[in-house]
Design a protein around this ligand. Sequence first.
Ligand code: ADP
Length: 305
Amino acid sequence: MRHDIVILGSFVVDLMGRADHLPKPGETVKGSMFKLGPGGKGSNQGVAANRAGANVTMITKIGDDLFGKVATDFFEEEGMDTSYVFEDKEIETGTALILVDENTSQNSILVTSGACGNIKDEEILKCEDKIKGAKVFLTQLETNLEAVESAVDIAKKNNITTVLNPAPIQPISDELLSKIDIITPNEVEASILTGVEITDMDDAKKAADVFIEKGVNNVIITMGSQGVYVRCNGEERIIPRYEVDAIDTTGAGDAFNGGFVTALGEDKGIFEAAEFGNAVGALSVTKIGTAPAMPTRDAINNFII
Ligand code: ADP
């Protein structure tokens, strides 16, 4: 049975071009290929959760434009609920302009959150009943912060489990932190939020201590190819990564979060849900791309066994 997960997050269209070098200021470079696809942390995590077996409702905002249609078509194809995808009449759909140097794999990215950075309080209020009915509420920091705060408020008041993936990193008030049940930064984000330099699991433990002092009871720090550090109600566990052939690690954090909340929604405990997320993250790095690399539940089940 699919359980209801509500995700407030971004949608942007990824516009990716590759060339034999990145253009310098003022230079025009002939590209070798171009690809357009759905992106944004909210959308990526939504797809990951949906494919992992959750019933996902996306709260986001698009423009009244072609790229907005890319979003709704994509969510519908994936089977996600689009009733809470709002439309901005003035601001365009968000975009990420990604330039990749095909020789070095270096990239330059310009992200504009566009409409999903302009979600209004009255729109969040329209989502109140949906949030109240969710098993888990997940959000990130890629939409406007006021929307995140209002939605977390609703979730918290109604005892819905709140998960914050604090990405892209920005300062968060202690008040917002105190309303979060589970925080899921990667090592870089955890480092910036806590002031603890993180290179190994011992450092992750120290960073988790700082989060606990700030009032977050449960901390998950994703450590890339080192695996996952989990602290849950005072108990800790280190989950080693799966040995896989990693070919593209972009979106691994999104895959982890989508998998994690799906398992939480199925009433798994935090440790077990993090193990499930670890598998989803590992599978996602074996394929190129972000959303297209998110594994299905069948692929996850076959992998875990
Ligand atoms: P982000 O994409 O936010 O930087 P991470 O790089 O920490 O997130 O990756 C999230 C999770 O994905 C990791 O904790 C791990 O579970 C999985 N993962 C990432 N890279 C690998 C890898 N090379 N091999 C296996 N699993 C990986």
